[in-house]
Design a protein around this ligand. Structure first.
Ligand code: URA
Ligand code: SF4
Length: 218
């Protein structure tokens, strides 16, 4: 039986400013138990020189199979919201607070069901997110959903109370960066909500992305 070796990714994160080296090293991460059942690690992707970085929760079923973030239903919704907000996805860096897919298998059927990562798993995975931030050095950091927001802003952070604000990153000084931090709903929350609320939830995401893009310095 595989045994847990650690409660943090820290010891697996190389000291490098090369994103490819970081992403390669993440394949060997045993910072929490989520690597045991997932297909593969899903590291962030996009431009190393991106001025805007988007952070979701964790890869979903399709991301787990593809090895890339936001390529499934939530990714398609995010793409649509970015188009509507006038933001070019090619100029972004997109990643997740947690890099392995957490799921349960129902008693019947084989469809894997998304499970929200625990606080322990979010904290364990944070060193990867901080390393990505230190390399990409975005002007703007968009935390989409409570998991991403609580990873970097603390476990008591309440997303709904801070939409439309520009926040500071507590770890900014240590990382040598100073991004404008903006929070938004998670694209999956738009898909999971009741159909009659979807348009309004989608527009909330679009307006937060547009607001975030307006904070870029270049
Ligand atoms: N949801 C996320 O938070 N991230 C993904 O990559 C896909 C779905
Ligand atoms: Fe490492 Fe994060 Fe995967 Fe846990 S979820 S094994 S900390 S990469």
């Amino acid at each position: 039986m595989a045994t847990r070796t650690s409660r943090t990714a820290a010891e697996f994160v190389p000291d490098t400013s090369d994103l490819t080296v970081l992403a390669d090293a993440a394949h060997g991460c045993k910072g929490c138990d989520l690597h045991l059942d997932a297909t593969q690690v899903v590291f962030g992707g996009g431009s190393e020189r991106a001025d805007m970085m988007l952070v979701g929760e964790q890869p979903g079923d399709q991301e787990d199979k593809a090895g890339e973030p936001f390529v499934g239903p939530a990714g398609r919704l995010l793409d649509k919201a970015l188009v509507e907000a006038g933001v070019d996805r090619d100029g972004l860096y997109v990643t997740n607070a947690v890099k392995h897919f957490k799921f349960t298998l129902p008693e019947r059927g084989t469809r894997r069901i998304h499970k929200t990562p625990s606080r322990t798993e979010v904290v364990a995975c944070r060193p990867w997110l901080l390393a990505e931030l230190a390399v990409v050095q975005p002007d703007v950091l968009v935390l989409m959903g409570a998991t991403a927001a609580q990873s970097l802003l603390g476990s008591t952070f309440r997303l709904t109370q801070h939409r439309g604000e520009v926040l500071d990153l507590p770890d900014a000084g240590e990382l040598g960066i100073d991004p404008a931090v903006v929070v938004s709903p998670h694209p999956s929350s738009v898909l999971r909500g009741p159909p009659e609320d979807r348009e309004q939830a989608f527009q909330a995401l679009v307006s937060d992305l547009r607001f975030a893009a307006g904070q870029r310095r270049r």
